[in-house]
Design a protein around this ligand. Structure first.
Ligand code: LLP
Length: 424
């Protein structure tokens, strides 16, 4: 469920007309709904609270939509943060999320990033390899610190909506194997500068079939039980993120409640604190990208191109993963003329800058506004200035109020970032 609905014949985010925002801020622009973010977070948290493992740590995956106002909104509801760079840790802290609720993951954390995470005291550094463990031990020893760590395990289970976002097979770069985790956990437990507190897994993203998750959770349970059998302390099991969202009407992905049932089945009776790292399921349907039609280019040969002012630099998912986003007119015409097939494209100079082929849409003309739905996750966070297009702005709506939470930079801002080499 989300709060983007037709009101007075035009698409609104909560009580604010998207056309009004487009008028004031210009297009393209991302617009997020506070009520939707809050609802998604609450539904997820409540489902996981019901799994019989006490209060879970729901660490929102910052990479999905890292805007400070989004983090602040979720942090105020008690969310923690799953982070993968010093920049993300800094964002979470800046948004008021306390270090005890921050998880730090990633296969290539640098010594400087590890040192920063130790200094601020994050809840858990998810160690993804033996070389990383050694690096962390060295950095921690230099500081006389003993950071809390979890081992990111690669359970060798295939899952996820696209090969580029599957992470849980043994040939993916993420995590250590289960047997390696057992060995490393035991070694690290005796280390003066490492404090293993748990194990973690994250097998992929846009997962719509819960079976692989159940298989992975079952393997993680076995690991926890074996570690405990050796007398080792394992306090936390981090089950990652990955739950899919409906980008199109079928197939409908499972709800958090169904995931909770899987957790119950796989982990029932295991006394352990659970952590989750949901990103997409919180943010995707809480945001849209609003764009304006620049031209409708109809070739005599028959193709019909809808040329928008948004491009792959603003929303790269279609170009990168062949992802499908619903596209809807912001002011649908009453009466409904017969729909037409459009190739929906942006202005960037490559053919990959295509959002959709032969998309059936109501007739549109230059100046009309359209919204890409389900664009809140991995939309703005993956945007760039490719083709020297200005970074796309972001707006957060709450009821009748709205605020620009990332303004569109000016061309002067863009140019000022690049000092000329002294010899030029
Ligand atoms: N935890 C870890 C360690 C992750 O690597 C990820 C996502 C998450 C949690 C959150 O997963 P989610 O709940 O959002 O599925 N750019 C791609 C998605 C990449 C996901 C990467 N890792 C896309 O646009 O589909």
């Amino acid at each position: 469920m989300n709060h983007f609905e037709l009101k007075g014949g035009e698409l609104a985010c909560e009580d604010v007309s998207l056309a009004a925002i487009a008028e004031a801020v210009g297009t393209p622009v991302y617009v997020y709904s506070t009520a939707t973010l809050e609802r998604h977070y609450t539904v997820f948290r409540d489902a996981m609270r019901g799994t019989g493992h006490g209060e879970p740590l729901v660490a929102y995956a910052v990479k999905a939509c890292p805007n400070l106002s989004i983090l602040k909104t979720l942090g105020a509801m008690g969310a923690g943060a799953d982070t993968v760079s010093e920049g993300e840790v800094r964002r979470a802290l800046a948004a008021g999320i306390s270090a005890e609720r921050i998880v730090f993951s990633g296969v290539g954390k640098t010594a400087a990033e590890l040192a920063f995470a130790i200094d601020v005291g994050v809840a858990e550094i998810n160690v993804e390899s033996e070389p990383e463990l050694n690096l962390l031990a060295k950095v921690a020893a230099e500081k006389g610190a003993r950071p809390q760590i979890a081992f990111r395990v690669n359970p060798d289970v295939a899952a996820g909506g696209h090969a580029k976002i599957a992470t849980g097979k043994s040939d993916n770069k993420f995590g250590v194997s289960i047997s390696e985790a057992e060995r490393l956990y035991a070694n690290a437990s005796n280390h003066a500068h490492l404090k293993p507190v748990g194990v973690a897994c994250h097998i992929g993203s846009q997962i719509t079939d819960l079976e692989p998750l159940e298989a992975a959770y079952g393997k993680m349970r076995g690991l926890v039980e074996r570690l405990r059998g050796e007398g080792l302390s394992v306090e936390r099991l981090d089950l990652g993120g990955g739950l899919g969202v409906p980008y199109f009407h079928s197939p409908t992905p499972p709800e958090p409640a169904a995931l909770a049932e899987v957790v119950k089945r796989a982990l029932g009776g295991l006394d352990i604190q659970l952590a989750f790292e949901p990103g997409r399921v919180i943010a995707a349907n809480a945001g849209v990208l609003v764009a304006r039609v620049i031209h409708v280019h109809e070739r005599p040969e028959g193709q019909r191109f809808l040329v928008l002012d948004a491009a792959m630099n603003d929303l790269i998912r279609p170009a990168m993963y062949e992802a499908y986003h619903d596209i809807v007119p912001v002011k649908p015409e009453a009466g409904g003329a017969a729909p037409l097939a459009y190739d929906v494209v942006g202005p960037i100079c490559e053919t990959g800058d295509t959002f959709a082929r032969e998309r059936i849409l109501p007739p549109l003309k230059a100046g009309d506004l359209v919204a890409f739905l389900s664009a809140g996750a991995y939309g703005a966070s993956m945007s760039s200035e490719y083709n020297s297009r200005l970074l796309v702005p972001e707006v957060l709506v709450k009821g009748e109020a709205w605020a620009v939470v990332r303004p569109r930079p000016s061309y002067a801002d863009m140019l000022a970032r690049e000092p000329l080499a002294t010899w030029l």
